[in-house]
Structures are given as C-alpha cells and as structure tokens.
Design a protein around this ligand. Structure first.
Ligand SMILES: Cc1cc2nc3c(=O)[nH]c(=O)nc-3n(C[C@H](O)[C@H](O)[C@H](O)COP(=O)(O)OP(=O)(O)OC[C@H]3O[C@@H](n4cnc5c(N)ncnc54)[C@H](O)[C@@H]3O)c2cc1C
Length: 250
C-alpha cells in the first residue's frame, strides 16, 4: 500500500521562543528547527505499516521553503522512500490543505497520516480540512491503529474526554496522530547515508492551480506573562497563611 505522511518544519520544542520586533510572529534567527513531533509519530506509524505489510511505499510531504528539505531528509533517514517538497511562502492551514489535496490527487495514496497539530501554530485543522476536501473518512487524535482486510479498512482508538473511542472505516482515509500512538525511531547512520540518495521532488505550489494567499492574517503574537519568582516558606503555618492571604487559593 502507499502511505502519504506530512512533515512540517517547526522550532525545536526545547528552543526559547522570542516574539519578533513587530509582534506578528517569532524571531526566527538562531532557532533550531526540527520535524514537528507529532509528524515524527506519523512517519513512525507509516514505517511500521510498511514493515508489517511489505510491498508498501512511504512518501513524505512538506509544504514550505527550501529549508524544509532538512526535515524531509530526516524522514527519509528514518526510512521513508521518497519525499515531495511543495514550495510555498508562509501558507496558512487552509492553503496547506488545498496543496495537500492536489498532492493526494496526484499520488493516490491508500492512507494519509498526519500529526494531530503542528506545535508552532497549534491550529489543529489541516488533517480535518484535507479529509473534508477529499471526501474521505477521517480519524483524529489516534492512539492506536490496526489495519484489516489486507489494508482495505482500519480500526483506530482515539482519546476523548470521557475515555477511549474506537472507530472503524474503509481506506483511503486521513488519520492524525496523538502522542501515545508510538515512540518514533531515531535515524540510524546507514539511514542518514541512504537518505542522501533517495528522491526528493520539488513542486512549485503556484503550478498547482490553487489560490495561495492567506485566508487568515496573524494580527499579533504575545508571549505569556513572566512568572514571578518563587519563595521558600519556613513552616506549614506560614504556607497556609500565604495560600489564604496572598494567593487566595484556600
Ligand atoms: C485527552 C483530551 C484532553 C483535553 N485537554 C484539554 C485541556 O487541557 N484544555 C482544554 O481547554 N480542552 C481540552 N480538551 C478539549 C475539551 O475537553 C473538549 O474536547 C472541547 O471542549 C471540545 O468540545 P467538543 O468535543 O464538543 O468539540 P467539537 O465537537 O469539536 O465542537 C467544537 C464546537 O463546535 C460547535 N459544535 C459542535 N457540534 C455542534 C452541533 N451539533 N451543533 C452546534 N454546534 C456544534 C460548538 O460550538 C462546539 O463548541 C481535551 C480533550 C481531550 C480529548
């Protein structure tokens, strides 16, 4: 079966983020960039399916500028077979879903696996919009996946507020990965060497025949308020007095 996986270039979650000078985004200079952590989980899941099904192909797609080649190479080093980089400048989630729809139409995968959200803008909407555009079944936030009927259908478990929900649906479908789906593998040295020779196709988003402008404008970005310094109390009585009088939580 053919599995399409998405990988977004995002700042390393360990990086200290600063808001840029005009307050419309983050300061990008000097940041370490990685594959969106939920997308690494999606790649791992695709590789596990390939290993269990055999005769499968894992194609990894990123939408962004040429710097995203680095994240695609990471996915190839993990074990994906080939990569597609769609060049688009600062696309919003709606535009990304339109671009992915075109790539899916061209590639005809049996399954699309995506992260449940990108950790930079936390939009949590690209997977849902893509499934809707394609008219395919979707299962979001999945923590377990099992294929049946020789890859013709799937059963997913997803975490919901009250517990767990199990869904079954025919393929092709779009699924989005939650944190507990698996533990992504590290790229091995042989994997990194092999990745250099794997194909990476570059597609100009403008050639896909879709409107590329942003439908949403980011008006402002603010950092969370600075946390006040903590204080060491001498006794339980002092703690209770502080919780009642200062923090007013008791
Ligand atoms: C594991 C887990 C952890 C979570 N942790 C947090 C947390 O820490 N903080 C937090 O804020 N939330 C958290 N959530 C999300 C939150 O608990 C609810 O999922 C959230 O309130 C969404 O509600 P919903 O399921 O109705 O959403 P949706 O069904 O997506 O609905 C979203 C909105 O769409 C509209 N809508 C949906 N259906 C209809 C309808 N039939 N008619 C009219 N309008 C409709 C409503 O306006 C609704 O509020 C968590 C969820 C999960 C599963």
């Amino acid at each position: 079966m053919k599995i399409l996986v998405t990988a977004k270039r995002v700042p390393d979650p360990e990086t200290t983020i600063k808001v840029n000078a005009d307050g419309t985004g983050i300061e990008e200079a000097g940041i370490k960039w990685v594959v969106n952590p939920f997308d690494e989980i999606a790649i791992e899941q695709a590789l596990q399916i390939k290993e269990s099904q055999g005769e499968s192909e894992v194609v990894i797609v990123s939408v962004g500028n040429s710097d995203s080649q680095e994240q695609l190479r990471t996915g190839l080093a993990m074990g994906a077979d080939r990569a597609i980089l769609v060049s688009a400048d600062n696309p919003d989630p709606t535009v990304v879903s339109r671009i992915l729809e075109k790539i899916v139409e061209k590639e005809s995968p049996d399954l699309v696996i995506m992260g449940k959200q990108a950790i930079d803008d936390d939009s949590n909407e690209v997977g849902q919009m893509l499934a809707q555009r394609l008219g395919w079944p979707q299962a979001t936030f999945i923590s377990e996946l099992e294929l049946a009927d020789g890859g013709g259908s799937a059963t997913c478990v997803r975490e919901i507020d009250g517990g767990l929900e199990t869904l079954s649906f025919p393929l092709p479908a779009v699924i989005t990965a939650d944190l507990r789906l698996n533990e992504p593998r590290y790229a091995s040295l042989p994997g990194i060497m092999k990745a250099r020779k794997k194909p990476m196709e570059e597609v100009d988003a403008a050639s896909l025949g879709i409107e590329l402008g942003r439908s949403v404008t980011i008006v402002s970005v603010e950092p969370p308020p600075e946390r006040a310094a903590g204080r060491v109390v001498e006794s339980v009585d002092e703690l209770i007095t502080a919780l009642q009088g200062e923090a007013k939580v008791l």
